[in-house]
Design a protein around this ligand. Structure first.
Ligand code: ATR
Length: 273
């Protein structure tokens, strides 16, 4: 049976999700298609009605709808409840069930490398939707402390409260004060949009060494200024495309109830650069 899937968001034209999912369908000879559908911030409800009208089988949700979509879902899984946002939806005869594959998608490359998270000290740049899923992920894996560094300190403070509620130690620091950071961090993660437009790195290089894992969730460009600096300091690198692949394979498996063709999807991503 022909199934149609989509990614909704605004902007949406640069999304790699259609490329990744359609490559998986082609690889497995599945009669499915995956489209990008632009829904502006104020038109989410009518947008979802149109998706129901075309009998969409499922869809991914990206900026700016990940939190708002929660109100339009009939049912959500545990990861959505924890993060407070959804990025994957199943449509079962007009009944919508939400999942959040960002959290486990983020953790997957760390686990693949067998890097321990328990009791770790984390520096996280950014305090938006993606950062929330990452804080939830670190709490699930029993990290010790997370320092949130952000342009807008009030947003960082809100995330600090969220982290504390989940049992992590947490403090907020503004980007201007980044020079004052002097702890030993096991993980340095960029979950802000910084890097997408080749902006300079704002994380002091003195915080990076061969013991540090530097993880940038920005996947385009592959080598952000943060990643370039981390390479110079001999840190362990985790690339943004690895998280993209982690969440995409999980969405595929939720929708189609079969194993995702990881290598074919990875190849599609690499070809997309
Ligand atoms: P996402 O869902 O991808 O996390 P978001 O919720 O819009 O997107 O969050 C974007 C993050 O990138 C925020 O932490 C934002 O900082 P503010 O809280 O100050 O808005 C950060 N960000 C975006 N553009 C930035 C810039 N030019 N400099 C520094 N931080 C930036």
């Amino acid at each position: 049976m022909l199934k149609t899937f989509a990614v909704i968001g605004d902007p949406i034209d640069h999304s790699l999700s259609p490329t990744i999912h359609n490559a998986a369908y082609r690889h497995l000879d599945l009669e499915c298609t995956y489209i990008a559908y632009k829904i502006p911030k104020t038109e989410l409800e009518t947008g979802i009605q149109s998706l129901k009208a075309i009998k969409i089988s499922g869809f991914n949700v990206t900026v700016p709808h990940k939190i708002e979509i929660m109100k339009l879902l009939d049912d959500v899984d545990e990861s959505c409840k924890l993060v407070g946002a959804a990025n994957t939806v199943v449509n079962d005869n007009d009944s919508l069930r939400g999942y959040n594959t960002d959290m486990d998608g983020f953790l997957e490359p760390i686990k693949n490398r067998e890097i321990p998270i328990r009791e770790s000290n984390v520096l996280l740049l950014g305090a938006g939707g993606a950062s929330r899923a990452i804080v939830a992920g670190f709490s699930k894996e029993h990290a010790k402390k997370i320092t949130i560094i952000n342009r807008t300190i009030t947003n960082a403070s809100t995330l600090v409260e969220f982290a504390k509620d989940l049992g992590l130690e947490s403090t907020a620091v503004s980007i201007e004060d980044s020079d004052k950071l002097n702890e030993d961090y096991d993980f340095i993660v960029n979950a802000s949009s910084l890097g997408l437009k080749n902006e300079p790195n704002v994380i002091p290089k003195k915080l990076m060494n061969s013991e540090t894992v530097v993880y940038d969730i920005v996947y385009k460009p592959v080598n952000t200024e943060l990643i370039k600096e981390a390479k110079k300091q001999n840190s362990q690198i985790i690339y943004g495309y690895e998280m993209l692949l982690g969440q995409a394979t999980r969405s595929f498996e939720i929708w189609l109830e079969q194993k995702a063709p990881y290598e074919a999807m990875k190849k599609a991503i690499m070809g997309g650069f």
